[in-house]
Write a protein that binds this ligand. Structure first.
Ligand SMILES: *Cc1c(COP(=O)(O)O)cnc(C)c1O
Length: 361
């Protein structure tokens, strides 16, 4: 069977050249006589892999020297609790920007440890826009300000990163890390589950500024303390070795394309093409406000659930898969992460046009 275009929100497509390289090396990695999955995480081979992965990410994101890169497990969801467990100062206060389902989950966890203050929310508009965040909203005593840079379910993204002054900015970047250039120095901490733009599920990447490490309470379990992982170079215990290897290949692949500048250009072209098709359509509409639109997750709706269902069924017959919208939003959602080829988006918009014109006849 041919490979299909998979518009899944995650786990999602991986670049074909990366999958092919992994396939080539699957049973015998660099003449070790073993698969990466069988290598000791203390071996020289794996040391080279994890160091290469870190360097690859540092190069792509231009991560400053005073930041650590951690390769963890537990998903982005575990960061919802690790962040407050590690970053809360004596005030126990944390500021959150509420932009959708994932920020809600992040706040719910933080409330177990912190006095959570929602400084601004777009709930009044069903999360169809990104609210403006200004410095005067921020409590000077807050230990951090938390944002979700890309709202995977609602299809919104911050176009400007807010300035939070001396209060560290923490970002859940799970669904748009590596999709565009970003100034890491604006953040105290960035975290991302791997399964959208980095690699297979099972790996979580944390980028944290040095001064934010080492403040966890004494009763915080070792595995949930950033210091444990930072001190051990992410080798305190067995890390998700194969996922780290895959991430390294993905980082190298993005670098070979021209890095994040090129990635951003391609992503803008893909998103523009899809948004233009929606704009020009009399059948499909976008629920998201123009200035808040995500480049990665693009929801769109037709006037009826019946039409949505027909569209989804016919799309699937053409190898355009997993376009069903999240149950909380309905309609369709095209997740077009880094690894979705331009041809995939072209095939989707061609089908959208055909579907609409066929109905009008
Ligand atoms: C997918 C996603 C999560 C959840 O990630 P897990 O790794 O499954 O815990 C959290 N936040 C955002 C923005 C996401 O897109």
């Amino acid at each position: 069977m041919e490979r299909i275009y998979n518009f899944s929100a995650g786990p999602s497509m991986l670049p074909l050249p990366v999958l092919e390289q992994a396939q080539k090396e699957l049973t015998n990695y660099k003449n070790s006589g073993m698969s990466v999955m069988e290598l000791s995480h203390r071996s020289g081979w794996f040391k080279e892999i994890i160091e290469g992965a870190e360097q690859g990410l540092r190069n792509l994101m231009k991560i400053p020297d005073d930041y650590r890169v951690l390769f963890l497990q537990g998903g982005a969801s575990q960061q919802f609790s690790m962040v407050p467990m590690n970053l809360l100062g004596p005030s126990k206060k944390a500021d959150y920007v509420h932009t959708g389902s994932w920020s809600k989950k992040a706040m719910k966890e933080a409330e177990k440890f912190a006095e959570v203050n929602v400084i601004v929310s777009s709930e009044d508009g069903s999360f169809t826009y990104i609210p403006e965040v200004t410095e005067d909203m921020i409590d000077e005593e807050a230990s951090y300000v938390h944002i979700t840079t890309n709202n995977t379910i609602e299809g919104t993204a911050f176009r400007n990163i807010p300035d939070t002054g001396d209060v560290p900015l923490v970002a859940d970047m799970s669904s748009n890390i590596l999709s565009e250039e970003v100034d890491v120095s604006k953040f105290g901490l960035i975290y991302a589950g791997a399964q959208k733009n980095i690699g297979p599920a099972g790996l979580t990447v944390v980028i944290i500024r040095d001064d934010l490490i080492g403040h966890a309470d004494a009763n915080v379990p070792a595995m949930l303390d950033y210091k444990t992982h930072s001190d051990a170079g992410s080798l305190y215990n067995t890390p998700p070795t194969f996922a780290i290897y895959m991430a390294k290949l993905v980082f190298e692949y993005i670098e070979s394309l021209g890095g994040l500048k090129t990635m951003e250009k391609i992503n803008r072209e893909k998103a523009d093409l899809l948004y233009e098709t929606i704009e020009n359509s009399d059948l499909f509409t976008s629920p998201v406000k123009k200035d808040s639109r995500s480049l990665m997750n693009i929801p769109f709706v037709s006037p009826s659930a019946q039409t949505d269902a027909e569209f989804l069924e016919e799309a699937q017959e053409r190898g355009l898969e997993t376009l069903k919208g999240h149950r909380s939003v309905g309609g369709m959602r095209a997740s077009i992460y880094n690894a979705m080829p331009q041809e995939g988006v072209q095939a989707l918009v061609r089908f959208m046009d055909e579907f609409e014109h066929h109905r009008n006849k």
